[in-house]
Design a protein. Structure first.
Lengths: 520, 520
């Protein structure tokens, strides 16, 4: 196999090899279950260090494009569904012109990528800390099943009708009660049921933002928000996060210079960092938003999952009427497949959001809303919440202990007081993408830090979900992660040495038509 | 009560009175259950014909803002939820500035209005022909309930997980089989499950259109599409419809002059006209779209509901690969509350749509998709379809007969060969909005023609749904409609006479500071 390598390029050789092989697999030149050359042979034929080839293969494995069999070698994997669709039928040039335009890289902002979770093949032997939700096994499935039955029996065909555009009124009343029990005043008429929190975010953003507008966000922030904002072609004005949450002191400058049309914030147990915005900063942010006439979208995705420390009031509770749009989901607390979230909005913006919802998808599933309403009472919800907090606190502690035991020195993290995530900084300038192949080999996965930043591709951070697994799995998973980080550090060091050696020792393989530069 | 009336205005006096009273009700100046002045008294105090006041009151009643009690008078109704929200708390000027901007009329395109169905209060005594769906009682609810149970028992927590972004794969396979049985070749990898067809329409439009772009649509067309396109600030290039569907001969001119980025069409049993595009026009449209490199979005919302006549191939079946995006819903055939539709797209556009779906709402309800998949087999679906066709054909015939019997001469309609709707042109230049108050009084409702046109406010058309009710209700409902139309015609004639007489006889009530024009 001949792989064209450019030794003068800033792109590392292993990455060039990986890119080339990915292309061959996507185009079908390398069919599923083809055995790739042994790393030793390929390295020899290309005149590169064997580590370079091994790194390229490990990267492809992390992408789900190849798999390895112990002692037998590396093979091309079965294509993922999205690859099948893209390649079904015809080469790009056979598609209608308007479709070819969609293929142009300018169509999507530069770093708009399929999410990691969907790209990684599901392997039962992998312990995944990548998820964004809690432990689904807490959800009383059998009770929910019975409630669903009752709703279909009692509600009959009406339960399968379109229902109200704003959402099922009794459910809105129940949610208003739950919010009130958590210190957030809400009327059912100020609540709009959405298909998950993601739709709420999309509705608010589409209503308030136009291409070219700026949005203030925490940096890092929720990856789904970054993807959405990119798809709307808005500029992201990122504010760094410290142990007190968003550094609000820096916001006024942005309000003056970037003239944002929205402030999107996750003040409590922030995604991905797990930090809470201090009360003083909450007050300051509201004052600034009011002064510069900028709406705040408060994403309170797990604010109620507090294990310890003092509860902080939501921005919606602190702000003057109509200043804050407040967003909530039931996916994190109950089950993601319910696809039920809600927006709390006060003032003229409410009716506009209802109109936006209508053109978006008419209404959310009436059946699920009725079942959820029959299922959650304030009491049942609070008791579910207490159980979740107790369980997750225990798991957080297990993960903190395991991190201390297994991660190499120089790694850094903070203990969150609630939520779902621990945010880890890797040692030695190691990027999470450099750990990924070793993590896949060890059988552990995480959410790579780069997904939570708008700009840079490579980040020395991982987000770990501590809520999903039992302490024993957490212990074992973090042990594997420790191994992967150590291997990453070692290989990074070796690779840097090897690449430096190659650049000195191996002559360029390109022909005389394309000579290397005389000076380098 | 003093109502300021401008006798020089082009706006009819009854409309001016209605607008003024609506404002008083919205602002709370007229509280719920306040009795309005008797029409005779108010007419005398304003110096107008009593019919003017009665018309204003009837219009407010149709809007759900007032109710009348036999022999006791007219009262302000309880506010609708959306009005409560808009007026809760504070006057507009107290809201944050960014919210006040949302109130500006320039924010929404001129005729963007809340839909009629949501605005009309649900009254059990009204026979409504306004719905956009079939008869929900055909749906085997008990069977569906059992299937849902099995899915929750067998699928467990997985049934409530996020599921695949493209939609539940077995359901996509089932849909591909159903489409194949109807002559449309589809692979599961080319199908994307959406939250109803409306979301499919929104995804395609957001992907392909930018503000200022033009879209070719039938005129009239689906009201939900018009609302969506308006919200995206795109221009609508309407093509008239005759008994052979969209007048495709006129499309080439539009393609050349308006340079549209999308052709949106409902070729089979078009909404609202019920017409089918001829085979020749289907071929011609595909040739044109191909020549001008414009994608076609084919909305096949009830194409399979054919009672008689020869089936026509879908555009997706006729067109070259990747030219047509095909859209389907299960709301019309099964139950709207399921909120399951799908897109069939071939080529690079498919992956783009999957990304759009992800930023929109992550995924559709996994539970409902699994239940639907367990519920619909090709055989069961086809037998459900046969039953629906037989029943709806019978009801169509009942409505055609009733229309002939009860509608006054000069009314016009065509017998559709399938679908859900009959499109009626009213006699004597009567607009559907002029029939609305009388229809409300008689106890019948319909979808007003103006909702299906992009531009004009007033249209002499009604859309009648024949599929939802049993023949006896159809007969009674059309009898009432006939009465309403006759009353509308009579009152229109009287009102025109009265208004003309008023303009001659009553002196202007405005003071000397604002004298009328010297010539008129």
């Amino acid at each position: 196999m001949r792989i064209p390598l450019d030794r003068e390029s800033a792109v590392p050789l292993y990455r060039q090899a990986q890119d080339f092989l990915r292309g061959e697999i996507h185009s079908g030149s390398l069919a599923p279950h083809t055995r790739l050359p042994a790393s030793r042979e390929l390295a020899a034929s290309l005149g590169v260090n064997r580590l370079t080839v091994m790194n390229a293969y490990a990267g492809l494995e992390a992408e789900g494009l190849v798999y390895s069999r112990q002692g037998s070698g590396t093979y091309v994997a079965d294509p993922l569904p999205s690859q099948v669709a893209e390649n079904a039928g015809a080469p790009a040039s056979d598609w209608p012109l308007w479709q070819q335009e969609l293929l142009s890289p300018s169509w999507l902002p530069a770093q708009y990528e399929p999410d990691q979770a969907a790209a990684l093949p599901a392997r039962p032997d992998v312990i995944s800390f990548a998820a964004g939700m809690g432990d689904g096994s807490l959800f009383p499935l059998e009770e929910f099943r019975r409630v669903l039955q009752e709703v279909l029996r009692a509600g009959g065909r009406e339960a399968l009708g379109y229902g109200e555009r704003e959402g099922y009124l009794p459910l809105r009343a129940t949610i208003a009660h739950i919010l009130a029990s958590q210190g957030i005043q809400a009327q059912p008429e100020q609540l709009l049921i959405t298909s998950g929190a993601q739709q709420g975010l999309a509705l608010v953003s589409r209503l308030l933002l136009r291409p070219g507008d700026a949005v203030v966000v925490e940096s890092p922030t929720y990856a789904g928000a970054i993807d959405l904002f990119r798809s709307l072609e808005v500029r992201l004005a990122g504010v760094p996060v410290d142990e007190q949450g968003m550094q609000v002191e820096r916001v006024e400058d942005l309000l003056r210079t970037a003239r944002p049309r929205l402030i999107y914030t996750i003040p409590t147990f922030q995604n991905p960092t797990g930090t809470c915005m201090s009360l003083a900063r909450r007050r300051q942010l509201i004052v600034l938003a009011d002064r510069y006439h900028v709406p705040i979208l408060e994403d309170d995705f797990v604010g109620e999952l507090r294990f310890e420390g003092q509860a902080l009031p939501s921005l919606a509770a602190l702000a003057p009427a109509g200043q804050v749009i407040y967003m909530r989901t039931f996916s994190k607390m109950l089950m993601p497949g319910l696809r039920v979230g809600c927006l709390l909005a006060n003032g003229p913006v409410y009716d506009r959001l209802v109109l936006c919802k209508r053109v978006d998808d008419l209404a959310s599933s009436s059946l699920i809303q009725r079942a959820l309403d029959a299922f959650i009472t304030v009491g049942r919800y609070q008791s579910h919440l207490r159980r979740a907090c107790k369980l997750y606190q225990h798991r957080r502690d297990a993960m903190l202990e395991a991190l201390t035991r297994y991660l190499p020195p120089g790694s850094h993290w903070r203990a969150p007081q609630g939520g779902l995530f621990i945010w880890v900084r890797l040692p030695g300038g190691l990027a999470s993408s450099e750990v990924l192949p070793y993590a896949a080999a060890e059988g552990v996965s995480f959410a790579a830090g780069s997904h939570f930043f708008a700009g840079a591709r490579s980040q020395p951070f991982l987000r770990l979900n501590f809520a999903e697994h039992a302490p024993e799995s957490i212990e074992e998973g973090i042990r594997r992660l420790g191994q992967a980080v150590k291997r990453g550090l070692a290989e990074k060091a070796k690779l840097e040495q090897a690449t430096a050696a190659e650049r000195r020792a191996v002559p360029s393989q390109r022909g005389p038509a394309a000579p290397g530069p005389l000076t380098s």
